[in-house]
Design a protein around this ligand. Structure first.
Ligand SMILES: [Zn+2]
Length: 438
């Protein structure tokens, strides 16, 4: 076990300090760390400051791996990295108020919840303990709560922030889609948006909660993601970095959910102006082209939710052509063929972008509005994808609008000027060289 005296002796020997000096230093440090360090921890810090090598294994006692912990164990010492912090909570019991905060610690062999109470909560709210911080829990007690193990500091318990470790603990890692299983906590994952589902709302406890769902992909697979109460507008091709998500078994397999404890960061790649002939799969492009055909026979796809048959707009509502149900799923659609002189491509507006284009004329006047595009020049922004059936490239359009002619002309002129500028520069460089050569 831990030998304070041995470490003390070693420090005295190596530094030439007097016992009284060392005592004063220990006392001062203990105050500084406000009870966060044990005497041993303090001695250890002092040793480290004086460049004294300490055999960690022997001096810091027996550390257990998180994966080895069992319910009911007392006086356990573990080291783990904080991979997730749950929001602090307040409670009232017997007229007394209290606070607690739960941290999830991980050391690569497992995860365990560490609960800090009352004044220790400040360590989290003040930022002393953050996600990623390595903690040593000394004299912890392992309890079972709702079938999961949790750790709390016992009466003699101590918490050490950034303790010495033999091997670095694994960083909170990012998952890949193929590694996802149900009931994971604290899932960090980076996904590219493949498809955005319509925004929805659910009611829970009289409160309406909005959610955004999308299909995300990395190079190991794709997964449905649900963002709860997050105000984000996603587009196909956006890169979404999720931190602190969790997984659930959904209807179609594992899903990633992000709630209050998680965060979402969206990176939108800029649209790059390209000629259609230069477009490659995955490009986020902007192009000006002429609409040469309207390929969608109808401005929507409407399917009966009850029987799956096609539905139609009867002038007032959507009605199933087969069973007469009005429970219909409608997706506004506009599929075009566009040509910019270099090549021609299929360009599809699905859902929200199509509805934005049709505006008030959906659904009654939508067909006419679509046909009015024939022969017109349009500006489109979207992502180039490979059609699953024909494997031809096509553009999934986010925005369709009129080309901004003054801007187009301005850009063109600028390009010309740049070219001229380059030539001028080359010329002057040549002149300069000649001058130098003399
Ligand atoms: Zn039907």
């Amino acid at each position: 076990m831990v030998d304070v005296e041995e470490l003390r002796k070693k420090i005295l020997e190596k530094t030439g300090m007097s016992r009284a000096e060392l005592d004063r230093l220990v006392e001062k440090k203990m105050r500084e760390y406000a009870g966060l360090l044990t005497e041993l921890g303090v001695l250890y810090t002092i040793a480290k400051e004086h460049g004294i090598e300490v055999d960690i294994d022997r001096s810091l006692g027996f550390r257990k791996k998180i994966g080895e912990l069992r319910a009911g164990e007392k006086d356990v010492t573990v080291v783990g990295r904080v991979v997730r912090i749950l929001p602090p909570r307040e409670f009232k019991r017997d007229g007394r108020k209290g606070r607690y905060v739960s941290l999830i610690l991980s050391d690569g062999t497992g995860e365990i919840r560490l609960v800090l109470w009352n004044r220790d909560v400040d360590l989290v709210t003040s930022g002393k303990i953050k996600k990623g911080t390595v903690l040593e829990v000394i004299n912890g007690k392992v309890e079972e709560f709702n079938g999961r193990l949790s750790l709390r500091l016992g009466y003699m318990g101590r918490l050490l922030i950034d303790p010495e470790v033999e091997e670095p603990l694994p960083e909170p890692r990012r998952y890949r889609v193929e590694e996802l299983t149900p009931n994971l906590n604290d899932v960090d994952i980076e996904l590219t948006v493949e498809r955005v589902f319509d925004d929805k709302e659910v009611e829970a406890r009289g409160e309406k909660i909005r959610y955004v769902a999308f299909l995300g992909r990395d190079d190991t697979g794709s997964v449905r993601v649900v963002l709860w109460g997050k105000d984000v507008e996603l587009r196909r091709g956006d890169v979404v970095l999720i931190r602190g998500g969790y997984t659930r078994e959904g209807r179609l397999g594992v899903e990633v959910h992000v709630g209050r404890g998680g965060s979402v960061e969206v990176r939108r790649l800029p649209y790059v102006r390209k000629r259609l002939a230069e477009v490659e799969e995955g490009d986020r492009i902007e192009a000006v082209a002429t609409v040469v055909a309207v390929l969608s026979s109808k401005p929507y796809s409407a399917v009966c939710r009850d029987c799956g048959s096609p539905a139609e707009w009867d002038g007032e509502r959507w009605v199933c052509t087969s069973c007469g149900s009005t429970n219909v799923r409608v997706t506004p659609l506009l599929v075009l063929r566009v040509d910019d002189g270099s090549s021609n491509l299929r360009a599809a507006l699905i859902g929200a972008p199509a509805l934005r284009f049709y505006g008030g004329s959906f659904p009654s006047g939508a067909e006419e509005k679509a046909l009015s595009l024939l022969g017109r020049d349009v500006l489109l922004r979207g992502t180039a994808v490979k059609n699953e059936v024909t494997s031809a490239l096509e553009i999934i359009v986010d925005e369709l609008g009129d080309p901004d002619l003054p801007r187009e002309i301005h850009d063109l002129l600028q390009k010309v000027e740049e070219r001229l500028g380059e030539r001028e520069e080359t010329k002057s460089r040549e002149v300069f060289k000649e001058e130098e050569g003399r």
